[in-house]
Write a protein that binds this ligand. Structure first.
Ligand SMILES: [Zn+2]
Length: 406
């Protein structure tokens, strides 16, 4: 299966030829960068999870040493890796390997934390102060990044990531990321969704200047807009519908003059979602009925019809909820399935380099699984990854067209 994935990556995306365009800042390199990038991508595609596992592989002697890989990752040019991600996206989109979600091409942005530790590991670690139970002060060190994904019907495709540097917040990093994504992927999406942090006039205006719409979660902190939406919801009857076991009461308001910094009308979608569930009783002998109510509000500059139909509302609520895809399909899945929180090399450049390679590998894997795996026995992602991993370990030499150091 590993062989099939390598051939697929090479045939459809020219992956190993493209890796040759990545440079690093070594002055007198003894091993070409392409041999190092190829080793990293093979390690990510077969989900080895650590450089140490690469050093245990049967074919290890044919790859650069783990210390060389780690050292070169410190100075690898990140934009070169991003360009490969862009080329893969272009090919995938042109060949209709990607699909829209609810008929829309949607980008989702959010921040994520990695490498939380009590020890300072590099000069770019962020730091938080904690007070222990006995009153002592402790520090915690960590790294964070923002990610931007394109969500689709079957899977999501990660377009880019950007570090959140020490001393800055998520919005600053997100702003840089959005500027770059809008420039590099100008036609990839029409709409961007973010959490309450993205209900920010600077972000709405930036995206507007690139002809993109924004949806952001509306929370109480945005008091004026929040209270106006609540007041309107008391005056207007909601539209109601049922999907699965959840009953929806949805309002679609157009609100003027409640967001000073933005200065334009916004649309606020309010959704009250009631789900009836059966859960185990406390004594474990039977079942009890439970009712779960979730209240959601989103603000957007996406215009809607004068009077939304039920189908319009169902669609927009589903689109708004797709914000969860970045949590479930991107962060959780890469951490739980792909060892995404493993630090291959602790350094500000290397952390982002390994993550960019990981997302290239996961993007290719998802396309490969969807389009190339017809065998019904391969039901789960994990099973397929295990088969690829076993294939890698069984090889005594890297496969052509993987460049090897010798
Ligand atoms: Zn660090």
């Amino acid at each position: 299966m590993y062989r099939r994935l390598i051939n697929y990556s090479s045939k459809h995306f020219g992956l190993f030829k493209k890796l040759a365009s990545i440079a690093d800042r070594r002055l007198k390199p003894q091993i070409a960068t392409v041999k190092i990038t190829a080793a990293i991508i093979c390690m990510q595609l077969s989900n080895l999870g650590s450089l140490n596992n690469l050093s245990q592989a049967l074919a290890y002697g044919a790859y650069p040493s783990v210390s060389t890989i780690a050292r070169v990752a410190d100075s690898m040019e990140l934009d070169g890796i991003r360009d490969i991600g862009l080329d893969i996206y272009k090919k995938a989109r042109k060949s209709k390997m990607l699909s829209a979600y609810c008929g829309k091409w949607i980008g989702i942005i959010d921040g994520h934390e990695i490498t939380t530790s009590s020890y300072l590991k590099c000069s770019h670690c962020k730091r938080r102060r904690l007070k222990t139970k006995d009153g002592a002060i402790k520090y915690q060190y960590y790294h964070q990044f923002t990610a931007f994904i394109l969500t689709g019907g079957d899977f999501s495709f990660t377009l880019d990531i950007e570090p959140i540097l020490p001393g800055e917040g998520e919005q600053t990093s997100a702003y840089r990321l959005l500027e770059r994504v809008c420039r590099n992927y100008s036609k990839a999406f029409k709409l961007v969704i973010g959490d309450a942090l993205y209900l920010n006039e600077k972000i709405f205006k930036l995206l507007e200047s690139h002809h993109k719409y924004t949806i952001a979660v509306l929370k109480e902190e945005r008091r004026q807009l929040f209270e106006e939406a609540n007041s309107l919801s008391l005056l207007v009857e909601p539209k109601t519908y049922k999907q699965g076991r959840t009953y929806y009461r949805v309002w679609d308001h157009s609100i003027s003059g409640c967001w000073d910094g933005y200065g334009k009308d916004v649309r606020v979608i309010v959704s009250e979602e009631t789900t009836r569930k059966k859960v185990h009783s406390k004594d474990g002998k039977g079942w009890i009925d439970m009712v779960e109510v979730a209240n959601w509000m989103w603000a957007t500059n996406l215009s809607g019809p004068e009077d939304s139909s039920i189908d319009d509302l169902k669609n927009i609520v589903k689109v708004c909820h797709s914000r969860w895809h970045i949590e479930n399909r991107c962060f959780k899945e890469t951490v739980n399935t792909w060892n995404g929180d493993h630090i291959y090399r602790h350094g500000e450049n290397a952390i982002i380099a390994f993550l960019l390679f990981l997302f290239i590998a996961v993007n290719i894997f998802n396309i490969f699984r969807k389009r190339n795996i017809k065998d019904k026995k391969i039901k789960t992602k994990v099973y397929l990854i295990d088969k690829i991993n076993a294939g890698f370990h069984n090889l005594k030499r890297p496969l052509p067209p993987i460049p090897i150091p010798i």
